[in-house]
Design a protein around this ligand. Structure first.
Ligand code: HEC
Ligand code: HEC
Length: 288
């Protein structure tokens, strides 16, 4: 019952007089997109396992961030948010109070998400049961803890221009899944000293990415990347975490697969695989 009330409230918030069938469809679509975008892994404390209630520590060179509660609880979560506020947070990194989020929240990638998809994700989150769980303050040091500094950071690194569509529909879908939803570059593209992504080395991997891990070069470079992976190899890796050499996936990539890419359709995994094989190979050997 609570779920239904929530759904009704979220539909009101969305300002649509949708029929239940349409609303359900939107929630289902949102669930799929939420998986593709990997929201759950970051917004769930692995110890408490209360999905989307936040509290997961994210270790970065700038300190520890704790993800907030994004269940529809009106006190501690985003229960009072409007759809507009949600889109602004996810796609522009701006809170309802007008302050800037830290880019530990990968809104820099989500900026390329369509409004329609962001709305569906909102509908899905609103359909969940609210969980009361207070947010925890980040443990980061000045000057990185100064939210207003994010304005300058954004001027330097925030690019929300939607790229021109690729002529091949499948590759275009693949790029959307990799860049806008899957935010693969947030871990696989090297960062400069200010934490901005170095797009000239797109997906070429880095040491100390993700949560301080060795993040692989996933460009099709034959020596240092994954030039020897077939589309089929990549499709099954994104489904099962098994590599062509029968190694199991490690670290944060395991979550990307278990909460994300394993839940997608085969067509979408294929689109991602084909897109990754089409990008510029970059020679970059990853080591400590
Ligand atoms: C890599 C980890 C990560 C991923 C993935 C992620 N988030 Fe977050 N999110 C964060 C962090 C950290 C913050 C807090 C940022 C801050 O305080 O400046 C945040 C903040 C938010 C906020 C603001 C909440 C508030 O109370 O102000 C919303 C809404 C949100 N995320 C939704 C999402 C959605 C929806 C997705 C998937 C499309 C997502 N997040 C994916 C880490 C993540
Ligand atoms: C939270 C950080 C993070 C995100 C986001 C992420 N990855 Fe990874 N990825 C890693 C790490 C760490 C490894 C190394 C783990 C391993 O090799 O077992 C890795 C390994 C891989 C590998 C294996 C490469 C090899 O040579 O063994 C592939 C392929 C891959 N990622 C693809 C992707 C794709 C596609 C996406 C976007 C959907 C993505 N990753 C998003 C952290 C991430």
């Amino acid at each position: 019952m609570e779920k239904i009330l929530n759904l009704a409230a979220s539909l009101l918030a969305m300002g649509v007089a949708a029929f239940p069938a349409e609303a359900n469809e939107m929630v289902e679509k949102g669930a799929y997109l939420t998986a593709a975008a990997g929201c759950q892994a970051c917004h769930t404390d692995p110890k408490e396992k209360q999905a989307f209630a936040g509290g997961r520590p994210l270790k970065t060179p700038f300190g520890i961030f704790y993800s907030p509660n994004i269940t529809p609880d009106s006190k501690s979560g985003i229960g009072n948010w409007t759809e507009e506020e949600f889109i602004k947070a996810v796609k522009q990194g701006i809170s309802p109070e007008g302050s800037h989020y830290f880019p530990a929240f990968p809104y820099t990638s989500y900026a390329k998400m369509t409004d329609q998809d962001a709305k569906a994700i909102f509908a899905y989150l609103r359909s969940l049961s609210p969980i009361e769980r207070e947010n925890r303050d980040h443990e980061i040091v000045a000057p990185f803890s100064w939210r207003w500094l994010q304005t300058g950071w954004k001027l330097l690194f925030f690019d929300d221009k939607t790229p021109a569509p690729l002529a091949d529909k499948k590759l275009d879908r693949g790029r959307y899944l990799v860049d806008a939803l899957g935010h693969c570059g947030e871990c696989h593209t090297p960062r400069n000293s200010l934490g901005g992504l170095d797009q000239s080395r797109y997906l070429a991997g880095m040491a100390g990415g993700g949560e301080g891990e060795l993040v692989s070069n996933i460009t099709p470079d034959p020596k240092t990347g994954i030039g020897d992976w077939s589309t089929g190899d990549m499709v099954s890796f994104l489904e099962t975490g098994m590599k062509p050499d029968f190694d199991d996936v490690q670290g944060s990539m395991e979550e990307v697969i278990s909460h994300g890419t394993s839940k997608l359709t085969k067509e979408d995994r294929e689109a991602m695989a084909e897109y990754l094989r089409s990008i510029t190979p970059i020679e970059n050997k990853i080591s400590r």
